[in-house]
Design a protein around this ligand. Sequence first.
Ligand code: PHE
Length: 348
Amino acid sequence: MLENLKSKINQIENSFNLIVNDIDSKEMINKVKVQFLGKKGEIAELYKILKDLPLEEKKIAGQLIQSLERNIEEKIEDIEQQLDKKEFEKILQNEWIDVTLPSEFFKTRPLFSGHLSPISSFIHKIQDIFLSLGFTIADGPQLENEYYNFTALNIPENHPARDLQDTFWMTNGLLLRTHTSPIEVRMMQKLSAPLKLIAPGRVFRNEATDASHENTFYQIEGLMIDKDISVSNLTYFTKIMLSQLFETDVKVRLRPGYFPFVEPGFELDFECLICHGKGCPVCKNVGWVELVGCGLSHPEVLKEGGIDPEKWSAFAFGLGLNRLVMMKYAIDDIRWFESGDLRFFYQF
Ligand code: PHE
């Protein structure tokens, strides 16, 4: 009986070895699995015969069957792994993409080449002007805290001036900065006096939008701290900037303006370049466009920045970049900037 079983085992081993090298698909693997390892497969048959053997022979035969079973399992596992690998390589070969190729989108617009948005190129121009005047370029976080956005700028809690700048509050108590002025105190604390800097950046106001109001826009902050700074320093630097930017004679006017962080405070207006003072949607029919809030830094703000207001004085301004770009290119609606409409951006 044992000999009989042994020769059966050999037979099965041989027939497995005969077909094993031809396996080249998952379907075939499954077939072979069923044939040899399945519930009614060849190995299962051997175990059936085993039952009828005497105890001593059972031990020997059992080991032989087990080792055959293990061999077959291991081989099949090997083959499965090889097949997986081959399949993966095939996918790699057929499905790779060249990420450096131009996209379908640009194929239909062959003349378009990347360029800066008009806001960015204005920031660069203004930076160049102020760098040549010895100013530093500073930056600050868009997600600000109440202290830098309000308190440090002499706007105490419950002061109505906080309502002038409708604020996007986060649930964690932080806010989206409503102006670039928080960068002033941050930099005073960091760099101390004397100090000349400009700080461009994106700012946010929670207010209804129309042709001249947007919830997301850009400002450039300017700050100059030195001995005996006066309003004439302020007008000199803003005039230089505007004349270089517009390369044309632009009418400006300075009128009193209220900002808690400057004293005295001013609004610097442009005569509207779109309607030349006649009145249009951009200037809300007044012929002038508010461009810069400015003034001499309030002593409390300097103190907050760790600077002695008895020794030092400063001017500061905050310039609305979108309106400047609108003037330059006669854009009649501020909402174009955040619209994401490429027809708008292709024009620059
Ligand atoms: N931060 C002010 C605003 O956004 C502008 C400003 C800056 C005014 C600096 C005075 C001095 O309206």
